[in-house]
Ligand binder design. Structure first.
Ligand SMILES: [Zn+2]
Ligand SMILES: [Zn+2]
Length: 222
């Protein structure tokens, strides 16, 4: 089997050096590439999994002050290797890369029993460019059932890069509910990268307004 990142042959599929990866049923990365990624370990923000701190982080405090509760889990820090990974996966469109983290994503998501998995949708513009939603790509690779309950409103999502952090946090609602779908009791929102939490909070607000009782959130990177 070839490593999906460096394309070298994976020598030994049985040798696991990290406990974190023990439960991978399939191996898509060689040891060298795998070691470049940084799993978020025990020291993290209790609300959002921001790595390296024990107390509630600045982003979560911001939301707390506005009466928004954060209940997020992330698996990896958004380090250089993760940036490169997303650049190859999203922007160069290497669709095979959706599989890299699927064993661990699957393992973590199945633990959310009774939750309907809802991916954060892509704007039409991004979808035209990319031809796939990177989040549903991950989910398809896990073979778990999910529901495309959210859509981007017709006005579309403002491009994030052109905005300051403060503007981004104040962004207006751009999600809409797909009215053909039934509203579940509990939702696990899934995104690729969690930055300030603004996207998740917007989506969560809409779900709660629409009658969802409990919303938790998940991302591959934070
Ligand atoms: Zn490799
Ligand atoms: Zn936090």
């Amino acid at each position: 089997m070839e490593c999906l990142i460096c394309r070298n042959q994976i020598q030994n599929n049985i040798k696991f050096t990290s406990l974190f990866f023990m439960y991978q049923d399939e191996v898509y990365l060689c040891d060298e590439c795998r070691d470049q990624f940084e799993p978020i370990r025990s020291k993290h923000c209790p609300s959002c999994y921001k790595s390296g701190i024990d107390e509630v982080c600045q982003d979560c405090l911001y939301w707390q002050k506005r009466g928004k509760e954060v209940n997020h889990r992330a698996l990896y820090t958004y380090n250089q290797a993760m940036k490169q990974y997303f650049s190859a996966y999203k922007f160069q469109g290497d669709y095979l890369l959706r599989k890299v983290f699927s064993p661990i994503i699957r393992k973590v998501l199945v633990a959310y029993k009774g939750y309907t998995i809802v991916p954060i949708p892509l704007s039409n513009e991004s979808f035209q460019k990319r031809k796939f939603n990177q989040v549903t790509g991950f989910l398809d690779a896990t073979a778990l059932t999910y529901c495309n309950l959210l859509k981007i409103s017709r006005q579309g999502k403002p491009t994030q890069s052109s905005k300051t952090r403060e503007e981004r946090l104040k962004a207006e609602q751009f999600f809409v509910i797909d009215s053909t779908k039934k509203i579940p009791e509990k939702v696990l929102l899934v995104d690729d990268i969690y930055t300030t939490g603004a996207t998740m909070i917007l989506a969560k607000d809409l779900l709660v307004e629409s009658g969802v009782k409990i919303v938790k959130t998940f991302s591959l990177a934070r």
